[in-house]
Design a protein around this ligand. Structure first.
Ligand SMILES: [Zn+2]
Length: 333
């Protein structure tokens, strides 16, 4: 079964990640011990704790047992404190060992208390649908990289505003969305022509919220709709599809990129409506980006979807010239 193979692959990946992390920790320890021998002594001592306790349990007399164990615990505590201050004295920060992990939540094991970590679920999705890995993408794309330089300051007659002013306004809206995420339930539709930064902004928001520890699920409409189709017709991936559709409902923020590029069927629009509607009922935010105009949205999707979008979503219009083309032209000069 395909899903079993995918599971196996992912588990193997985690095994490698934890191995790598172990190696990195060993290297970091070496650096640490070189600077301060006492830290090594403490670590060695601490590593003996479990053995000492079991010895005490086996060999100590009934009355002494409790006292022995108490002593060992006290010693362990004081050693830990000593180590902490020695680390600080020698210039090692408290999270000196933290950056060895790609996911600090599960320490690259894929599991937290026997439950799958979000990073595991994201891997599942990526594997099953070859989706672009959001964690990788947003290493390079974030708000600080967003430049307004390519947006024209000339007033656009139809919109009574320059693309530059409009983008400034949109960026402010997006930062506010992130800032108020915990307190305000908001949904947005980014619409307008290609090459105006819609996808980029989606990813910026995703990054900011992932950094805040939120569960963010980012999918392209094309992939989302193939999940719907597979769930119905391809039983091989049943388990994974179920997992993904759960995540779609549970995620703190759900982003559907490029709505309108998918192959629309009546099944898929029903599924899409269910997701949009259940997230509204649960008061969980969703962002949709699309190149379709409002007229085209009305034409392509069911009335039920359209009414939810217009009723519960902020419709945010992007306009101006394709900045990717402008960037290319400028780079040539
Ligand atoms: Zn994780």
């Amino acid at each position: 079964m395909i899903s079993q193979a995918i599971y196996k692959d992912i588990l193997a990946e985690y095994e490698k990640l934890t191995d790598d992390a172990k190696k990195k920790i060993e290297l970091k320890k070496e650096i640490c011990y070189k600077k301060c021998k006492r830290i090594k002594e403490i670590d060695d001592e601490l590593n003996m704790t479990a053995i000492k306790i079991s010895k005490a349990i086996i060999y100590a007399g009934k009355d002494e047992k409790q006292k022995y164990i108490e002593d060992i615990k006290n010693l362990t505590e004081s050693l830990k404190k000593e180590k902490e201050s020695l680390m600080a004295e020698n210039g090692f920060s408290k999270n000196y060992f933290d950056d060895v992990y790609i996911c600090n939540k599960c320490k690259d094991t894929g599991f937290i208390n026997n439950k799958k970590c979000e990073c595991f679920k994201q891997k599942l999705i990526n594997k099953a649908y070859n989706m672009s890995n959001i964690a990788e993408i947003i290493k390079t794309e974030n708000f600080s990289k967003f430049s307004l330089d390519y947006y024209s300051k000339q007033i656009d007659k139809e919109n009574n505003m320059s693309p530059y002013e409009n983008m400034k306004f949109i960026i402010r809206k997006c930062s506010l969305f992130v800032e108020e995420f915990d307190d305000k339930f908001k949904n947005m539709v980014f619409y307008g022509n290609t090459g105006l930064g819609k996808t980029f902004l989606c990813r910026c928001i995703a990054k900011e919220l992932l950094d805040k520890g939120k569960i963010v699920l980012y999918v392209t409409a094309f992939n989302l709709f193939s999940i719907f189709e597979n769930q119905k017709f391809n039983k091989d991936n049943e388990e994974i599809n179920k997992e993904i559709l759960n995540l779609v409902k549970e995620a703190d923020l759900f982003i559907i990129d490029d709505l309108g590029t998918e192959f629309i069927t009546s099944l898929s629009t029903t599924e899409l409506f269910d997701i949009i509607n259940s997230r509204i009922l649960e008061r969980k935010s969703t962002i949709i980006s699309t190149n379709l105009s409002p007229d085209e949205i009305v034409k392509n999707y069911s009335n039920r979807i359209v009414s939810r979008l217009y009723g519960e979503y902020d419709m945010i219009k992007f306009f101006g010239n394709d900045i990717r083309i402008i960037k290319k032209l400028k780079n040539k000069v």
